[in-house]
Design a binder for this molecule. Structure first.
Ligand code: ADQ
Length: 503
């Protein structure tokens, strides 16, 4: 059986089962790698002032990891620069925060080239190579330049922007062209896939091959949707652990006669924390009778703290929490508890379970695993309600959440009211359907369908219908992919988009 070689910017497999991960990507990948032979390659998270090609090899929680350090300049230009100050804001529709510095893009190209040079000699001829996320878009092209002929796939964990946003990036064409070095490119939802196809068809004069592959720049690739999911069993084991139980008991003791509303996010502007707080303030204003009956807990550890936009955001969140608590606190209670640190996953599971409402309101999010974790942690006999932004990729798979527009304070406020007053029968009915989706579209389905598609992406004789039928595993849109690639998917995207606060 071929080995699976996973490449991502950070290689941070949780050392022990309950450890706090550095993000959704780490959670998903360590679960995926445990069952395949192969290794996980990427940045160690350390920087040096000397160039070094030394590879550190470790075995972490049944996964072989190979890491390299970054030089200080690379860290600034590639990681803090092009990845997190250019591509991240741009791909989350924040052109106002996007830094267009040329030196950043040079650092980005340099690190991708260096990763390819270190990785190429480690590869065997039948390895499947799976590259992850926006930090490493040009890696496939660099590997091809070095003569690597293996199947190489790329998965984007974050949204793909609309063409009118992407084209503000100098070098957008080279970026998209470099994706055509891959055999398979995966997206979280059909909205991001459709945006990518629109660019290729409209800006790069691309077209469709007869087998459904997308053609441009003299090459073709398979582009498909692979919605990421949870390692459900693992998460439920954590949720049943003594640590989770203790966290649950602690929260329950703190919220006697009160309902807990919980938000868990990296401190990132894409997560809509400011808008959420303002929506919560509106809720407090409009519902004086409920003020003493709720506690909103926001867990938000600092993330990318060296990037200016993140420092500004942190100050604004601190100020907003202080202002709202100042306005609405009583001598014996305050409506918001804001915690600026991460928690172990088992503790988080207990906190989720104690919360009557999970408040997940990103302005833009590739998927959002917190929404799925909240659902997976609930007590089936007394589940809480998920209030979910329509702009999270997860909204497309979770229509039984209370879906809201996070920009609208009224909708956040109304969504909270609907969730807090929902009768038990309705909560159970919605939770059951959400949980079925979380169980069906889990991380193993995501991994296996991507790996299978990567294998198949090198079999040009696969009949057209079979290829298209494979398009959207685990997604409600699968049935529609059988017709013609472009037009139908566009119509489907419009029809599926959730509207208004769904009661
Ligand atoms: P993230 O932007 O990191 O991931 P998300 O999908 O919500 O967002 O994953 C966050 C993960 O980090 C969850 O597993 C959560 O439990 C954990 N986490 C968050 N806050 C935490 C805290 N305070 N303490 C401990 N753990 C915390 C990116 C994309 C997403 C996409 C994932 C996976 O931005 O859209 O869903 O990758 O593809």
């Amino acid at each position: 059986m071929s080995r699976l070689v996973v490449v991502s910017n950070r290689v941070n497999a949780p050392e022990r089962p309950g450890d706090a991960p550095a993000g959704g990507l780490a959670v998903a990948l360590s679960a995926a790698l445990r069952e395949y032979s192969g290794f996980w390659f990427g940045w160690s998270g350390e920087t040096t002032d000397q160039p070094s090609d030394k590879i550190q090899i470790r075995r972490v929680n049944d996964v072989t990891v190979m890491t390299v350090d970054l030089e200080d300049a690379d860290y600034q230009e590639y990681y803090n620069g092009y990845a997190n100050a250019t591509l991240w804001p741009l791909f989350h529709d924040r052109i106002d925060l996007t830094a267009y510095d040329r030196s950043f893009s040079e650092g980005y190209e340099r690190v991708n080239r260096r990763f390819a040079e270190i990785l190429a000699p480690l590869l065997q001829p039948d390895d499947l190579i799976w590259v992850h996320d926006y930090h490493l878009i040009p890696l496939g092209r660099e590997l091809r330049r070095l003569g690597v002929g293996n199947p190489i796939g790329f998965f984007l964990h974050i949204p793909w922007p609309a063409p009118q946003i992407l084209t503000t990036l100098p070098g957008h064409r080279q970026l998209v062209e470099s994706l055509f070095a891959y055999d398979l490119v995966g997206f979280q939802t059909d909205e991001w896939l459709w945006a990518f196809e629109s660019y290729v068809l409209g800006e790069a004069a691309g077209g469709w091959e007869s087998d459904g592959r997308l053609r441009a720049f003299g090459r073709s690739l398979t582009a498909r949707v692979f919605p990421i999911g949870l390692d459900v069993e693992d998460f439920q084991t954590l949720a049943a652990s003594p640590m989770a139980r203790r966290a649950y008991d602690r929260m329950a003791a703190h919220t006697v006669f009160r309902n807990l509303i919980v938000g868990v996010d990296r401190l990132d502007y894409s997560k809509g924390l400011e808008e959420r707080l303002l929506g919560f303030e509106r809720f407090l204003r409009d519902n004086p009778d409920l003020r003493r009956e709720i506690l909103y807990l926001q867990v938000a550890p600092t993330s990318r703290g060296e990037v200016e936009a993140y420092q500004d955001l942190r100050m604004r969140i601190d100020a907003l929490c202080g202002r709202i608590n100042g306005l609405y606190a009583e001598v014996d209670s305050a409506p918001i508890r804001y915690v600026n640190r991460g928690y172990r996953r088992d503790e988080l599971a207990g906190i989720y379970r104690a919360a009557r409402v999970g408040l997940v309101t990103p302005l833009r999010d590739g998927m959002n695993l917190v929404a799925k974790e909240y659902v997976a942690a609930q007590d089936p006999e007394n589940p809480g309600v998920l209030v979910l932004s329509r702009f999270a990729g997860a909204a497309r798979q979770m229509p039984d959440a209370v879906i809201i527009n996070p920009y609208s304070r009224e909708e956040v406020s109304e969504g909270l009211k609907i969730a807090l007053s929902m009768p038990l029968v309705e909560r159970i009915r919605r939770w059951r359907r959400l949980m079925d989706g979380v169980e069906t579209s889990n991380v193993k389905v995501w991994r296996d369908s991507f790996v299978e598609a990567l294998r198949a992406s090198r079999e040009p004789d696969l009949p057209f219908g079979d290829r298209l039928r494979e398009r959207d595993p685990g997604s409600a849109t699968a049935a529609f992919a059988d017709v013609s690639p472009g037009g139908v998917r566009q119509a489907q995207f419009r029809a599926e988009w959730p509207t208004g606060p769904a009661a």
